[in-house]
Write a protein that binds this ligand. Structure first.
Ligand code: NAD
Length: 255
């Protein structure tokens, strides 16, 4: 039986540890037949070590999404390796410590700017860096944490995710003519490195214990990975500017 990504070439950012959502997207993408390339931050050696746990070997390239030289190199390096791209996964988020954990009213703009640059603007930067490789159209998939609500402790990552969600819609608007789709997966809380860096993350995650219709497992990024793969595939051909919730259904429940 052939996989749903057979023949697709996909660039995947955000593999840091095995707990990274992107690791599970990469694993399932390979299992579904994709050829992948990983981008790494802060050090390729860290990502290379984790990449050894994937079903197939994969090249890793260094990419800090705020570094214009790194971004300018992407098309050449990936083009040489894969010839082109059919999909891009943006699984990147960061906010400085003073922008998280209940400090919302006192966060300086410099920290807010960093959160916005790395977590929201970078969806545009990464997509544009990959654009020359997507001559036959493609699918861009990013990760959000539902920005329709104010959450405990999440602070300036909330406005950064709201900006990411809007950026995704504008990319969908501007790239539709080139048959490039842009969608987000809105994941429930998962115990990754990014999550652990949020002070009081367990308070945020405990909301799911009481309200999620489907049982939620903080240590299982596989459902988010599967949704990413589905959005990369040809099974969502007319879906763009969309946000697919992989949150156990919590977004639908009022109280
Ligand atoms: N863990 C959760 O609860 C959760 C829930 C919903 C959405 N998300 C989102 O999923 C995405 C992946 O996070 P994760 O939970 O897998 O955590 P993670 O810590 O494994 O991944 C975050 C990634 O961001 C990358 N990154 C940070 N700064 C970067 C930069 N300047 N350039 C390039 N890459 C950079 C890191 O290298 C890391 O790989 C993020 O957008 C995150 O906000 C996470």
């Amino acid at each position: 039986m052939s996989g749903i990504l057979e023949g697709k070439r996909v660039l995947i950012s955000g593999v840091l540890l095995e707990s990274s959502i992107a690791f599970h997207a990469a694993k399932q993408a390979q299992e579904q037949g994709a050829e992948i390339i990983l981008t790494a931050f802060p050090r390729p050696t860290l990502t290379e070590r984790i990449a050894k746990k994937l079903p197939k070997p994969t090249k890793v390239i260094e990419l800090d999404v705020t570094n214009s030289e790194h971004l300018a190199r992407v098309a050449d390096v990936v083009g040489e390796e894969l010839g082109g791209l059919d999909g891009v996964v943006h699984s990147i988020g960061f906010a400085p410590p003073d922008a998280l954990g209940g400090n919302f009213l006192n966060t300086p703009f410099e920290s807010v700017a960093t959160a916005m640059h790395v977590s929201a603007f970078s969806l545009k930067s990464l997509t544009m860096a990959c654009l020359p490789l997507m001559q036959n159209g493609g699918s861009v998939v990013g990760l959000t944490f539902d920005a329709s609500f104010a959450w405990p402790q999440y602070d300036w990552m909330g406005p950064a995710k709201a900006a990411l969600e809007a950026t995704s819609r504008y990319l969908a608007r501007d790239l539709g003519k080139q048959n490039i789709r842009c969608n987000l997966v809105s994941a429930g809380p998962l115990g990754s490195m990014a999550a652990k860096s949020i002070p009081g993350f367990s308070e945020l995650a405990s909301v799911w214990d009481n309200r999620s219709p489907l049982e939620w497992d903080l240590n299982d990024p596989e459902p988010a990975g599967k949704a990413i793969v589905a959005l990369l595939s040809d099974w969502f051909p007319k879906t763009t500017g969309e946000i697919v919730h992989v949150d156990g259904g919590l977004h639908a429940i009022g109280a």
